[in-house]
Design a protein around this ligand. Structure first.
Ligand SMILES: Cc1cc2nc3c(=O)[nH]c(=O)nc-3n(C[C@H](O)[C@H](O)[C@H](O)COP(=O)(O)OP(=O)(O)OC[C@H]3O[C@@H](n4cnc5c(N)ncnc54)[C@H](O)[C@@H]3O)c2cc1C
Length: 301
């Protein structure tokens, strides 16, 4: 079987950018992506200079089109189900959901992260009228009547203060969780309404929020807002390959994409298990690809 230089798993901004850099360095690679990128729920992505407001689908299509210029890059729209390493990490067999098996010398994990919401119904509004990142979507929500939903005190305080930069018509909802007197004072001095009552339901149309119903029967009209999900890596590839993790379960790296395991690299949001942006993920993909290429060149020279 032909041995590739590298297999990139995940074709979000991180994996696409890594693939471009690898292709331009004449590396024979395969890119796998199954279309579950985080931004697929949004109408438009903002803040990437020259691409401000681009549709996530268009971003991916343009990137894949650019990769076609590099004949050593192959793209597979498939889910990777398993990565098997040979002893001493010299070879990796990557298996996909269609039964494909490819072998490579190096692996880049760029599979992103997923959100977990304490109120599952948030997902119906997420990306259309509820968002998590004010830098991404604050401008479009500016001056609107917004809600901030977060359960932990540090999260509700931080997110509400941040969102206040874009709209001062704010209601902070803790969904039944307490908020300290000091915390309440901090928000109240800016006329922000704080509600610690449990949320019963979110009501709206086609992803656009109209009101929030509380357990006590009260309802609050809001056109959108910001939420604080928790995040997790969607697979255990890093664990299965033996990558060292820190006490929070984050993959340890040398900050330019190399993990503790020889020939296993990581890029994008999955690297820190934290949300970033398309620009930061793309930059991380580029950095990681540079590490892969440098290692290949030095090892073979
Ligand atoms: C509602 C919302 C709005 C946002 N708005 C903006 C914005 O305006 N501006 C901005 O800069 N950022 C925005 N973001 C954040 C942005 O989407 C992320 O920062 C970015 O997508 C992270 O890139 P990534 O490559 O690390 O991960 P992802 O984009 O999540 O890509 C990971 C890829 O890995 C693939 N994958 C996962 N597992 C497998 C597998 N087993 N086999 C094959 N493929 C696999 C997935 O299909 C996916 O395409 C937004 C996010 C959300 C949720």
């Amino acid at each position: 079987m032909d041995v590739l230089d590298c297999i990139v798993i995940g074709g979000g901004p991180a994996g696409l950018s890594a693939s471009l850099t690898l292709g331009r360095a004449r590396r024979k690679i395969a890119l796998f992506d199954d279309g579950t990128n985080r931004s697929r729920v949004t109408q438009a992505s903002h803040g990437f200079i020259t691409q401000d407001g681009i549709k996530p689908k268009e971003f991916k299509e343009t990137a894949l089109k650019e990769l076609e210029n590099y004949p050593t890059v192959s793209y597979f729209k498939e889910t990777v189900t398993e990565i098997i390493k040979a002893s001493a990490n010299e070879r990796f067999t990557v298996k996909s959901s269609t039964g494909k098996e490819l072998v490579a010398e190096k692996i880049v994990l760029a599979t992103g992260i997923h959100e977990r919401f304490s109120i599952p119904k948030i997902r119906e509004f997420y990306g259309k009228s509820l968002f998590s990142c004010p830098f991404c979507d604050g401008w479009e929500q500016r001056d609107k009547p917004l809600v901030v939903i977060a359960e932990k005190e540090e999260h509700i305080l931080h997110l509400t203060k941040m969102v206040y930069n874009w709209s001062q018509d704010l209601v902070a909802l803790t969904n039944g969780n307490p908020l300290s007197k000091e915390g309440q004072l901090e928000l109240k001095k800016h006329d922000i309404k704080i509600i610690t009552e449990k949320i019963k339901d979110l009501i709206g149309n086609d992803g656009y929020l109209e009101k929030i119903e509380l357990e006590n029967g009260e309802s609050i009209k809001r056109s959108g807002g910001f939420v604080a999900p928790s995040y997790y890596r969607p697979n255990h590839f890093a664990e299965a390959l033996g990558c060292e993790l820190d006490e929070e379960g984050i993959v340890k790296t040398d900050h330019v994409g190399r993990t503790s395991q020889k020939n296993v690299y990581i890029a994008g949001e999955t690297e820190r298990s934290k949300p970033a942006s398309i620009m930061i993920s793309a930059a991380k993909g580029n950095k990681t690809a540079v590490s892969v290429i440098t290692d290949i060149i030095m090892e073979r020279f």
